[in-house]
Design a protein around this ligand. Structure first.
Ligand code: NAG
Ligand code: NAG
Ligand code: NAG
Length: 381
């Protein structure tokens, strides 16, 4: 009689016992063999239980990427949840570690096991690869054979202008995780969600008309050219290194809040590339003046009367005149906040929330998927 080489401990023990009964009944026993057999069996069961119980800890021996305490936490979460979807963070986005145990507690996405431990590669349902961190070197990608069920996820929130195209990756991925509205998994900078709003929202008090905080100043940027014209017709309180007026993290949101209008000028103009520059002012009760993709594109993600688009005006001077008009007309200004009666801004936690959303997607979409035109889709050629 053969016992199955199963990992189920109950079956294994029951099989061993019936083996014992079987050999006793067959009468081949004598006074010495029976206790010996029993002893071996008991020892065997004990060793098996021991090995099975400690098996999950073998990762300790093979050089974990993370600190021991993170590792223990992660292992506990796999142990308690055999059904978990495993998502491997192949490269820490921008080299920064983040807490991997937050899907359930922060985003109410259960049954996810996020890990950065490459020992889990063979078991991972998804592998997230952050584009920037490939650093133009394909040897930074996984080199092992890809398990048949595993999907690779291309992760990028930067615009094509600020993402270097990389030959050799076009046909590698299965899914995309980006701000593009037609990504496999959406990774927006923010979104407008339903909320118990305020019937008559009153924006916080303002002591400036127009503000702009710019971290990356480049005279070639469309936004800089627009700003240079605009400020000839209306005073813009501009902050950032380019103006010798650095804004600390603590002062960042209060500064935006203190202005009636904020220049939500994207660093480059691309379809769907609409960033926190829009969502920050929206969230605090400041009207964004946007420069980026078309108005129609913005209206896919935010109410048409929540923002002002530079394209609504034939020149920067016309825009300046309109802002000055609104400054004198409170009723017109307040119309930009009517959306707040029923909605609010939801911001996303980079990168943890996107990793959790990926896990959720993988669990719900197990179908085969190839993505063979990354270059055309993202860079347009
Ligand atoms: C495992 O996950 C699947 C899909 O989410 C679910 O239908 C099933 O009930 C889960 N099984 C256990 C034991 O939790
Ligand atoms: C993963 O699977 C490959 C075969 O596809 C094998 O060569 C490798 O040893 C496995 N790695 C681990 C850690 O199990
Ligand atoms: C993922 O994409 C690769 C490359 O196109 C393909 O070889 C692989 O079979 C795909 N896997 C799944 C599970 O969709």
């Amino acid at each position: 009689m053969l016992c199955p080489a199963d990992h189920d401990i109950t079956e294994f023990v029951l099989c061993g016992l019936s083996f014992l009964e079987h050999s006793m009944a067959s009468g081949s026993s004598n006074g010495v063999l029976r206790p010996l057999l029993l002893g071996i069996l008991v020892l065997g069961v004990f060793v098996t239980v021991f090995l099975m119980y400690f098996k999950p800890y073998e990762g300790w021996l093979s050089g974990p990427v993370e600190s021991v305490s993170e590792h223990v936490k992660n292992l506990i979460s796999t142990k308690s949840d055999k059904n978990a979807t495993i998502v491997l963070i192949w490269l820490w986005p921008f080299g920064s570690k983040f807490d991997l145990s937050v899907c359930s507690s922060l985003f109410e996405i259960d049954n996810c096991f996020l890990t950065a431990d490459r020992n889990f590669y063979n078991k991972s349902h998804g592998v997230i690869i952050h584009h920037r961190d490939i650093s133009g070197d394909l040897s930074n990608l996984p080199q092992l054979q890809r398990p048949l069920f595993q999907k690779w996820i291309w992760f990028n929130l930067e615009s094509p202008t600020h993402s270097s195209k990389l030959s050799g990756i076009e046909k590698l991925f299965n899914l995309t995780l980006s701000y593009h509205l037609d990504s496999s998994i959406g990774a927006p900078y923010g979104s407008i969600v339903p909320a118990e709003g305020e019937e008559n929202f009153v924006p916080p008090s303002k002591n400036k008309l127009v503000c702009w905080i710019v971290s990356h100043w480049n005279p070639q940027h469309v936004r800089v050219k627009y700003f240079n014209e605009l400020q000839k017709h209306v005073k813009v309180h501009a902050y950032g290194r380019a103006f010798g007026k650095h804004i600390s993290d603590n002062d960042f949101m209060p500064t935006i809040t203190s202005c009636k209008f904020y220049l939500s000028f994207e660093n480059s103009v691309h379809k769907d590339y609409i960033t926190e520059k829009l969502f920050n002012p929206l969230s605090v009760g400041t009207v964004p003046v946007v420069l980026g993709p078309t108005r129609q594109n913005y209206e896919k993600i935010v109410q048409s009367d929540a923002f002002i688009h530079v394209d609504d005006f034939s020149s920067p001077k016309d825009l300046a005149d309109y802002l000055l008009l609104l400054d004198k007309n409170e009723e017109m200004y307040l119309r930009y906040f009517e959306w707040k009666q029923h909605f609010k801004v939801k911001k996303f936690h980079f990168p943890a929330e996107y990793a959790c959303l990926t896990c959720d997607y993988l669990r719900r979409h197990k179908e085969y998927k190839e993505f063979n035109d990354l270059d055309t889709w993202y860079w347009g050629s």
